[in-house]
Design a protein around this ligand. Structure first.
Ligand code: AMP
Ligand code: FE
Ligand code: FE
Ligand code: ZN
Length: 301
């Protein structure tokens, strides 16, 4: 019998707000004993090619994905941010690239507004300072603003930057564009990929994703739920596992590794059961076939 495969389906490189290059991320994944890793940068496929090269070099199985910034509201509620993992979509699908471009423009529009808020507090950080924090990416996020604040000695680390300035309710928090959740699910499906809700009940999230709503999303084409994630306490994991079972959704577990950018998210700290991974890949194969798109394959050693 084959030994248990270790599978981590959610990681970030410096193509978004991780701190290692896509190649180094994949090499670190192999080094840490993972058999399968997915690269899922925020709102971009920019790290894919480099990751594929590294996966072939070190002989690890690689899944190409991304984590899309979406927003969801149930009746009468203000839209809440939801992160949607998308696996194996055709990255050249017009509708998908259009939405990713719109999200990136929303990030670019937000940056000067965040910096103006900091300036009101006599903290001078320029756009160049922020972009210098990670010259390789087009996906400018709050973590890069945090890095610029660290570089200026305003705070000791990313976590304190969020606590003091950047998280919702703090002075430099500014909202930005995110795609409507069900629209994003439809687009990924049309692009031949499959979708998984990232950390659905993490960090005070989940008001817009009660169990009934997750059931509706399953009927609307969602494929999976990220159950095992560091932002989920044991009770949340148990409840989400039950929902996945009841609704037929695939249950995943992942690190959401960000390199040195997030502590307590080491590669492989949560993993996905091999059977669940196979179900995810089966769904991806069906979606690919139904879409008629040229979707990326899983890179196998
Ligand atoms: P953005 O998408 O630019 O609004 O930034 C969101 C990203 O910031 C998330 O993907 C995390 O990587 C990071 N993040 C969010 N909240 C925190 C926090 N409280 N501490 C550290 N990093 C965080
Ligand atoms: Fe992130
Ligand atoms: Fe996320
Ligand atoms: Zn993530």
């Amino acid at each position: 019998m084959q030994g248990l495969r270790r599978i981590d389906l959610h990681t970030h490189s410096d193509a978004s707000d991780g701190t290692t290059s896509p190649g180094d991320l994949v090499r670190a994944a192999a080094q840490s004993g993972l058999d399968v890793v997915a690269i899922t940068d925020h709102d971009t496929a920019a790290g894919w090619d480099e990751a594929v090269g590294a996966a072939r070099e070190v002989g690890i199985e690689l899944v190409r994905g991304m984590e899309i910034s979406t927003k969801h509201s149930t009746a009468g509620q203000h839209g809440e941010g939801v992160h949607l993992l998308a696996y194996l979509p055709d990255p050249s699908h017009r509708g998908l690239t259009a939405v990713l471009d719109q999200i990136l423009r929303g990030r670019d529009d937000r940056l000067p507004r965040m910096l103006a808020r900091l300036r009101e507090r006599d903290i001078e950080v320029s756009e160049d300072d922020v972009r210098a924090a990670n010259p390789g990416t087009d996906v400018i996020g709050r973590p890069h603003v945090a890095d610029a604040l660290v570089a200026r000695g305003v705070v000791p680390d990313r976590r304190s930057a969020f606590e003091q300035y950047l998280k919702q309710g703090r002075p430099a928090y500014v909202d930005r564009y995110a795609a409507p959740l069900t629209e994003a699910i439809d687009l990924v499906t049309a692009a031949g990929g499959v979708t998984v809700l990232a950390h659905p009940w993490g960090r005070g999230r989940g008001r817009s994703l009660p169990p009934e709503e997750i059931g509706r999303l399953a009927e609307a084409g969602l494929t999976g739920l990220e159950v095992d994630h560091q932002d989920h306490p044991p009770e949340a994991r148990a409840a989400l596992r039950g929902i996945a079972r009841d609704t037929g959704l695939v249950a995943t577990g992942s690190s959401d590794h960000h390199g040195l950018g997030k502590t307590d998210h080491e590669l492989g700290c949560n993993t996905t059961e091999p059977d669940e991974y196979e179900r995810l890949l089966d769904a991806a194969a069906s979606a690919s076939g139904a879409s008629g798109r040229a979707t990326p394959t899983v890179v196998r050693p």
